[in-house]
Design a protein around this ligand. Structure first.
Ligand SMILES: Nc1ncnc2c1ncn2[C@@H]1O[C@H](COP(=O)(O)OP(=O)(O)OP(=O)(O)O)[C@@H](O)[C@H]1O
Ligand SMILES: [Mg+2]
Length: 220
């Protein structure tokens, strides 16, 4: 087993004027390569905050995040950006596709800053998520489930080791939610490590492991 992510006493305090919000409070866990994990908990429990820290989109107030055994503490903004771009793919509840671009253009956008042959990878990934026939459409011509499949494919364009998804089925009906779950299973079988924040019990129960947050702490 290879430890991909090690969260050690992660704490995040937001300052809202004079008020301090302790969104995460000493969260410790390891993720192995190939894990498929759900993060659950009530609204405000700290799920999105944790996902942002895991994806190097924000830095902890204290504690430490190790990626592939390497500490991310003290990394410069540009080093964090590189780590985010190369190691992590993100999927959001609202899909995050740019409305004026076609599916294919949305796919290749995140690869503008890398040297990969984005068009070839984009074609392969669209094939993988079953969206090849929609490659020249714009997001408003797609269903929610189709948009989310494109968003997942796009998140994989830079070959990340980890896919982070925040409520990926939150805007989908149960049939489309099930299709996204099957896609996650397929990607996970192919070796992708997946961390999904969800209120959807079907999705949470289908993962290998659930991390439950309550008031910024992991429920033992
Ligand atoms: N940028 C911010 N500034 C101040 N407080 C914040 C900020 N982001 C989140 N919080 C607070 O931190 C706590 C955790 O928020 P977070 O978004 O991580 O919760 P969540 O578990 O994702 O909730 P939800 O299920 O509603 O998405 C909440 O009390 C929230 O109000
Ligand atoms: Mg959230």
């Amino acid at each position: 087993m290879q430890t991909l992510v090690s969260a050690q006493e992660l704490t995040k305090v937001y300052n809202r004027g004079v008020e301090e919000v302790r969104a995460l409070d000493g969260v410790t866990f390891d993720l192995q390569k190939g894990d498929f994990v759900a993060i659950t908990g009530a609204s405000g429990a700290g799920k999105t905050t944790l996902l942002h820290l895991l994806g190097c989109m924000d830095i902890p107030t204290s504690g430490e995040l190790l990626m592939n055994g390497q500490s991310t503490r003290g990394l410069s903004d540009s080093a964090l950006t590189r780590m985010r771009r190369e190691q992590v793919g993100f999927v959001f509840q609202h899909f995050g596709l740019l409305p004026t671009l076609t599916v294919m253009e949305n796919m290749t956008l995140p690869a503008l800053f890398s040297k990969r042959d984005a068009k070839e990878s984009a074609k392969e990934l669209l094939e993988k998520v079953g969206m090849t026939h929609r490659r020249n459409h714009r997001p408003n011509q797609l269903s929610g489930g189709e948009m989310q499949r494109v968003a997942i494919a796009r998140a994989l364009i830079n070959c990340p080791q980890i896919l982070l998804a925040d409520e990926p089925t939150g805007n989908l009906d149960s049939v489309n939610g099930e299709a996204i779950l099957q896609l996650f299973h397929q990607l996970n079988r192919d070796g992708l490590t997946i961390i999904v924040v969800t209120h959807n019990p079907t999705l949470a129960n289908a993962t290998q492991r659930q991390l439950v947050l309550r008031d910024g702490r992991l429920v033992p």
